[in-house]
Every structure is written in C-alpha cells, then in structure tokens.
Design a protein around this ligand. Structure first.
Ligand code: MGD
Ligand code: MGD
Ligand code: SF4
Ligand code: MO
Length: 691
C-alpha cells in the first residue's frame, strides 16, 4: 500500500505506507491535528501535524502513544452480554444481531410505558460533533428519552462567562505569545493545555511576566514568575480586591468603561468593600501579593488572562468567572489583540446543531432533563410527580460515570440496581462497563470519521479514518443507526452516512473541500474581537451587572460565595481536597495504558509537611482519606505542591486499579454550583489518617 491522504509535505517522503490526517478527539482545549502513519492496515505512529500552526508538530505524551491505545490487547472487539451478577464484570460474547435485537426490545418495552424512563449518558470521551451527539441525539430525540444536562465539566464557568461577555468567546489564543503579562488562572497548562503553554513560553522569552493563581504548586505554577497559592474557591475575593486596587490607584480605562460596559457604579461600590487585607484573609495569601498583582494588571499592556475550568468546580464557580471576566474591561485590555481573557473559544464555532441532532424528531414532546452531575441521586430516586418515572434504562457512551461522577458510592449503588437496564458503548471495560447488561465495542478516532470544534483555538478540524475498524467495533453513529433500524425508525436521517454528517455540522459556514484537503480550516474572526466593545450580550456591552441574572432573582453583580465546605480547625474534616487531572491521563481515559500509568505511578494524595507531621503520616505510607460520604485509601506524598490545609488527590484513576477499589470521587459531593448546575469537585472537606 502506498499513498497519502491530506499528506503533510513537512513530514517528508513516505514509502510502503500512508499518512492520514485526523484530529485529536480528547477533551482538551488544544484540539491537535494528527498525522497517523499506517502500514499494512496497522496504525504504527501518531504524530502532531507540523503544518497546523496550533499543533506545530507537537503532541502530548498521552496521544503520541495513541497507537498503543487503539491496538491495545484489552480493546473491546465484540458485543458482550452480562453473564454474572451486576457489576461482576463477567460477560459473554454475543453477535451484533442478538445484542441489537435484545436491546431494541428492552428499550421498546420501557418506552411503551414512558420513554423518559430511558436516559442517555454521555460526555466528551470524544469531542467529535458526529460521534458525540450526532446520530445519538437523533436516536434519543425520536425515542423521546429524558434529556441530559451535560454539566459535569464547564457549565458554571460557561454560564458566568456568558452572563458577562455574552458567550464562550474571548481572545484568540495565538496572541498570548505577544502579551506582556499573562495570568494563568485555575489551570495547570503544562498538563492540560500544552500548546497554550508553548505560547506563554514564547511570551516569557520576549520579556512577559507569568503569574499563576492556583492552590496547588503545579508543574505550571513552579515555572511562572509569581504564584498566588490561594485557598480553593476564593478566586472571586481575589478578583474583587484586584478591582479595589485598580480603583484606588486609578489604573482604569475610563473611556472603555463608559462606552463598553454596563453596571460600573454597582461593581465599583462592591469592589471598594474588598480591601487587599480582607481578600487576603479569605484567600490565605499575603495582602502584598494582591497589591503587587493589581499593580501589574493595572500598569502592564498588553495583559491577558488564561482562565480555565479548574477554578469553577466550587459553589461560587460561576460568580468567580464573572468577577475575573470583568478585569480586562476595567483596564481596556481588550483594545489590544494580545489582551483580554480566554476561558473557552467554543462559542465562536458556527455549528449547526439542529442539522446534526434533529430536535424536530421530538415532534412537540418536551422530555424532562436529568442533570448528569447528580446521576447518583437520580438513579436511586423513585418515581414521583415532580421527578417523573424512575430511570429504568441507561445508554452510556463517551463517558465513564462510575469513575468520574461525584459521590461514587451513590453512583455505584445506582448502577448496581438489578432493575436497571444498562448499555455501554466503549473501547475498554471501564468501571462503568463492569455494570453494563450489554457492552458494545466502539471504534476509536483512528477508525472513524468526525469533525471538530475546539475550546482552545479557532480552527475546525476534520478526522479521517486511518484504519478499518478493529474486530467487530463500530462507530457510535453506526451503532445508533442500527438500533434505530431495529426500533423500526424509518426517517431518512437515520440513513445519513458519517461523511455527510461531517458536512452537515457546519453547512456552508466552513469550506469542506479545504477540510478534506488539509484537515483544518481557520474561522474568519477579528484579531481583537472586543477592541471596540461589541460583546454578544443583550446590551452589547461587557455586563458587570447582569439584568438576566437579576431577573432570575440572583445577584446581578459578581460576588464571592464561600465554598459549601469551608475548613475550620474545630471541624471534623479540617482539610480541603482538590482533585485536578493528572498530566498523563485524560480524565479517566489512558489510565489503563501501562506505559502512561507507569509514569503516574499510583493514586497519590499530596499533603503538606505540616499537615502530614500533625497526623504522623510519612511519604509513601497508605492513608485513609474520609468524610461523611465515604473513605478512600491511597498512598500519601508529602510535598510542597500542597499548601497547608489543602490536599491534592490527582485524578481520575479507575476505581478497580486503586488500592481499595475506589477513587477520589468516593469523597466528592453532588452539591451544585451557583450557576450552570455544575458539580463542585473541588469544594470538598476531608480528614486524613494513617491507615
Ligand atoms: N493531561 C490532561 N489534560 C486535560 C485533562 C486531563 O485530565 N489531563 N482534562 C481535560 C478537561 S476535561 C478539562 S475540563 C480541562 C481542564 O483544564 P483546567 O481547568 O485547566 O485543568 P487543570 O489544568 O487541571 O487545572 C486545574 C487547576 O486548577 C487548580 N484549582 C483547583 N481549585 C482551584 C480554585 O479554587 N482556584 C484556582 N485558581 N485554581 C484551582 C488545580 O490545582 C489545577 O492546577 O483540561 C483538559 N485537559
Ligand atoms: N474528582 C474529579 N472528578 C472529575 C473531574 C475532576 O477534576 N475531579 N473532572 C471532571 C471533568 S472536567 C470531566 S470533563 C469529566 C470527564 O468525564 P468523561 O467525559 O466521562 O471522561 P473520561 O473519563 O475520559 O471517559 C470517557 C470515556 O469515553 C470513552 N470513549 C472515547 N471515545 C469514544 C468513542 O468514540 N465512542 C465511545 N462509545 N466511547 C468513547 C473512553 O474510552 C472513556 O472511557 O470528569 C469529571 N470528574
Ligand atoms: S490531548 Fe490535547 S495536547 Fe494531547 S494531542 Fe490531544 S489535543 Fe493535543
Ligand atoms: Mo472537563
């Protein structure tokens, strides 16, 4: 075999093999362009596309091992039916025909009573628009199943940003390279946003100052010029005190404020109540650090904030994002293309969701919505007038809820229900797949078509299949197409093929021929989107005050909302626990890859020397981490990556690979954020003792 498909000339000549351009499907802001080398039908190498400027020929360690994941000996290659007790992980091989027929019959029987008793559960195992909610959404819309509120990651911050700026919009990432001051706020970029970190390094070499705001001394924090190691959930207090200093020192762009913002008088009054001393006491840092950061922000141009979702997984996460998103308008930072804030760029993509997902198939029905972040409670809820029918069937794809959803003991109890019918579409036998009645083998990104948006840059990417599906694996789309057929759905949209779905995702908004030719296409966008205001809010201004929030009975101005669980020395659970992602995993994906797991070692709890000494805990010893929701055993790592009073349990390990068959989510709660109904993974108190 020889040839090239969308070949990158800069990778050099290739013989007896071919190279296929694709897109990284993972839940990562970088959305890299991939070049897969295929020899004799086997993917032998995955590299970063050197022609795609955001990828720049570089991949993270995880995805450069992608062939290991795709050709893994434990890949699910055949449909499997449960053959042991629920959760035992025992399965027997069945044919596709048998599996699909039985699943369709079971779903039909439930739907005949009430289709809302069926719940799809999915997230971003693949970020692809087609293998994500393409054919799947059509299927569940036609069925009339419960809708899923997809809140588990970004909904608090997304809502905060939308209230303030009008959408998931912001700076173009490439211009961070030209900033003179960069605040990396709630993000471990080296681990989770590598290609942004490369731009920050470029800026640093050109003289920029980098400041990291994070309770953990992360890999990123230790490489920045300054690190504000605040307590979890105190970011809004810090932002308000920064405003206080901008006001009292008159480091304000009065013209920008007057012309392009709404609600300045109210915000000014509120910020003046947040002296650096008051905020410092809340944040657990020195007032001088706040004064110094305010001076930097008020007197450096261009100045930019790379905000990320790590800081919104607490009760006040939405408000914190609102407060931070006000900062660039106060100093007119938006005037420069290298100034402003970027949390997510996903709102800039003109995705035609209706064409992909076909909400018209609901035909006037409006099913109830279930929040994925409270799946534990909801699986255990009986039928009621308020809740509707008990959940009788779950169809899980692109997600591993048993490992990633909060308060695992409830989630596990829910999945273990004998009367729950569960179908899991997966690559591997995850913690969730262990509880399935049927496991259906899905293709990986190297085996199917897809098209992508990004939440970290503004290019559309196309993914071509590089190899044929392994074993009997099928793309998610094909599994739902065949299920639709078994259910007797005759609409033409259930016959649409994947390449055509890729085309429908953007319609005529993106040049599909260009995507076919080079694998990516850049959205046309102004370099400095808000230099002259023009925010996509109802007022067209940066809304310090949100009329919409006020109408919902909420505070129209951003404020600091203390965590639900605030440590005080007298409490039974004096330590705050955060559980941010590990560098070599992607949420719970890749945990089963030996070579990556070897780099991460084992589940660890980072604890500061003072907290460890007070409990007689030594590095490497097994500890019991517990609160009223449960307990979890792992090894302690005494480390100055943890600040006193805060422990870090890097996630997200597969439960079955942990010391006692649990992971950090055994301890997290199902409480929800102030906005967006999101989870509060990092608003969690625990105690730790030697086990
Ligand atoms: N390698 C790798 N990359 C990933 C992921 C992964 O699992 N592994 N996950 C992907 C996903 S799903 C997402 S949503 C993004 C997440 O992207 P980010 O939100 O950028 O995630 P992290 O880089 O882990 O950043 C979280 C950081 O926030 C800090 N933090 C925790 N609580 C607070 C707080 O209250 N205030 C502040 N200021 N900081 C806080 C943590 O210590 C951690 O260093 O990353 C994506 N990229
Ligand atoms: N304690 C704690 N918990 C957290 C977080 C945290 O920071 N701390 N982070 C939260 C965040 S930000 C997120 S986004 C969620 C992530 O939660 P999830 O979106 O569930 O992410 P993963 O754990 O990576 O699981 C994705 C699964 O999808 C599968 N998959 C991938 N591609 C395909 C495909 O094409 N077809 C099918 N059928 N399956 C596929 C993968 O094999 C994998 O098992 O976790 C949340 N949970
Ligand atoms: S996980 Fe992120 S950095 Fe790694 S290849 Fe995918 S998009 Fe790029
Ligand atoms: Mo996420």
């Amino acid at each position: 075999m020889s040839g090239t498909i969308g070949i990158s000339p800069r990778l050099g000549p290739v013989t007896a093999s071919r190279q296929v351009i694709g897109a990284c499907p993972h839940d990562c802001p970088d959305t890299c362009s991939l070049v897969t080398t295929v020899e004799d039908g086997v993917a032998v190498k995955v590299q970063g596309n050197p022609d795609h400027r955001h990828t720049d020929g570089v991949l993270c360690t995880k995805v450069s091992r992608y062939t290991e994941r795709t050709h893994h000996p434990e890949r699910l290659l055949h449909p499997m039916r449960r053959s042991g007790p629920k959760g035992s992980g025992q399965f027997e091989r069945v044919s596709w025909g048998e599996a699909l027929q039985d699943i369709a019959q079971r779903l039909e029987a439930i739907a005949a009573r009430d289709p809302q008793a069926i719940l799809p559960y999915s997230y971003a195992g693949t970020m692809g628009l087609v293998q994500g909610e393409g054919m799947a959404a059509r299927f569940f819309n036609k069925l009339g199943a419960s809708l899923l509120d997809r809140t588990i990651c970004a909904s608090a911050g997304g809502e905060g940003l939308t209230q303030t700026l009008g959408g998931k919009v912001g700076m173009k990432v490439e211009f961070f390279a030209q900033s003179k001051l960069i605040l990396i706020w709630g993000s471990n970029s080296i681990a989770s946003n590598l290609h942004f970190w490369r731009l920050a390094q470029e800026a640093k070499r050109a003289g920029a100052k980098l400041v990291c705001i994070d309770p953990r001394r992360s890999e990123t924090a230790e490489k920045c010029h300054e690190h504000l190691q605040l307590r979890p959930g105190t970011d809004a207090a810090l932002a308000l005190a920064l405003m206080h200093e901008l006001i009292v020192n008159d480091w304000l762009d009065h013209d920008y404020i007057a012309r392009h913002t709404l609600g300045w008088d109210g915000l000014r009054e509120r910020a003046l109540r947040w002296s650096p001393e008051r905020a410092a006491a809340v944040c657990g840092i020195a007032p001088e650090q706040i004064r110094s950061l305010a001076r930097d922000w008020g007197t450096t141009q261009p100045a930019a904030i790379r905000l990320n979702y790590g800081m919104q997984r607490v009760r006040g996460g939405g408000n914190a994002v609102r407060a931070i998103a006000c900062l660039p308008a106060l100093t007119g930072a938006w005037r420069d293309r290298a100034g402003g804030v970027l949390l997510s760029s996903s709102g800039m993509f003109p995705v035609d969701k209706a064409a992909l997902q076909r909400p018209d198939l609901l035909a006037g029905r409006s099913p109830r919505t279930i929040n994925m972040s409270t799946i534990g409670d909801d699986l255990l809820r009986p039928a009621s007038a308020q809740f509707g029918p008990k959940i009788e069937a779950l169809v899980v794809y692109n997600s591993n809820p048993v490992a990633v959803a909060p308060e695992s003991s409830k989630v596990v109890a829910g999945f273990a229900r004998e009367d729950l019918f569960t179908v899991v579409l997966e690559h591997f036998q995850t913690d969730t797949a262990d509880y399935a009645d049927y496991i259906l083998p899905a293709t990986t990104q190297l085996e199917h078509w897809d098209v992508h948006a990004s939440y970290g840059h503004t290019d559309v990417l196309l993914n071509r299949p590089a190899i044929a599906p392994l074993g009997e694996a099928l793309p998610n789309t094909q599994i739902f197409r065949e299920l639709a057929q078994h259910m007797g759905y005759t609409e033409a949209c259930f016959a649409e093929d994947d390449e055509s779905l890729c085309r429908s995702a953007y319609g005529d908004k993106v040049d599909f021929d260009l995507l076919l030719a080079q694998g990516y296409a850049t959205l046309a966008m102004p370099d400095a989107p808000f230099a002259e205001g023009g925010f996509p809010t109802p007022s067209g201004k940066c809304e310090f005050f949100s009329e919409r929030l006020a109408r919902q009975g909420q505070d129209g101005l951003p404020d600091h909302l203390p965590n639900y669980e605030v440590a005080d020395a007298t409490g039974r659970f004096p330590l705050a626990m955060i559980s941010p992602p590990a560098r070599n995993f992607l949420n719970s994906s890749f945990v089963n890859l030996r070579s990556l797991r070897d780099i991460e070692g084992e589940p660890l709890l980072e604890i500061h020397a003072s907290d460890a000494a007070a409990r007689g805990i030594a590095s490497g010893s097994v500890v019991r981490v517990f609160n009223d929701r449960g307990e979890y055993r792992c090894k302690a790592k005494v480390s100055d990556r943890a600040r006193p009073g805060v422990v870090n349990g890097l996630g997200i390990w597969w439960r079955k690979l942990g010391l006692d068959g649990t992971n950090v989510n055994q301890l997290t709660s199902q409480k929800l954020t102030d906005m967006g109904r999101g989870p509060v993974f990092y608003d969690c108190l625990v105690e730790v003792e030697s086990a």
